[in-house]
Design a protein around this ligand. Structure first.
Ligand code: COA
Length: 158
């Protein structure tokens, strides 16, 4: 049910845009606008956009970008996670973020994100993100490098 989106037909995320705007969240609209303008098509090395589909209908979305706030191409950023109200608490968010983490492994050393939403924070923390303790551009971080390369931490600390 999770798929990587190479293309984004303009009406594909219509229900998500409408619902999120009603909740005063603008990032799904921004995702669509930036895709349309070419500003962000999740197509730089390591990047990806995922959609969750149920019965042919998109019910969730989540993207992986090179972190625009980090001057380091090995830092990725989880962006634009949104799940339709009707489909929440069924694991859709968890599956989307898991797809992002799996895709990021090997390409990024660290994943960061910002969320003000307590439910979203629970999803991220359940998957291994840690609160980043007042960092300017993020609320949560996950180190990927040390997980996939045992000993790299020792090398860094040596
Ligand atoms: C945050 C969001 C994406 C979660 O999506 P979801 O599909 O409901 O999440 P999941 O069902 O995968 O949740 C996995 C676990 O996270 C925790 N969780 C998820 N939503 C929660 C909430 N609102 N309150 C408390 N815990 C929550 C639970 O532990 C849950 O497991 P459980 O249902 O077995 O208890 C969804 O609520 C959403 O789209 N919110 C609005 C947009 C938003 O805030 N996005 C984040 C921007 S960074």
């Amino acid at each position: 049910m999770i798929e990587r989106l190479q293309d984004l037909p303009s009406d594909a995320l219509g229900a998500l845009v409408a619902e999120s705007e009603e909740a005063d969240l603008r990032f799904v609209r921004r995702l669509l606008d930036e895709w349309a303008s070419g500003a962000n098509r999740f197509d730089r090395p390591g990047e990806a956009l995922f959609g969750a589909r149920v019965g042919g209908r998109f019910v969730g979305v989540c993207g992986l970008n090179v972190d625009p706030y980090a001057a380091d191409a090995r830092v990725g950023r989880v962006r634009h996670l949104y799940v339709l109200l009707e489909f929440r608490r069924r694991g859709v968010g968890r599956h989307l973020v898991t797809a992002v983490i799996e895709t990021a492994r090997g390409r990024f050393d660290r994943l960061r994100l910002r969320t003000e939403n307590a439910g979203a924070a629970r999803v991220y923390e359940a998957l291994g993100f840690r609160p980043s303790g007042g960092a300017a551009d993020s609320t949560h971080v996950m180190e990927l490098a040390s997980e996939q390369a045992p000993g790299s931490r020792a090398m860094l600390e040596a």
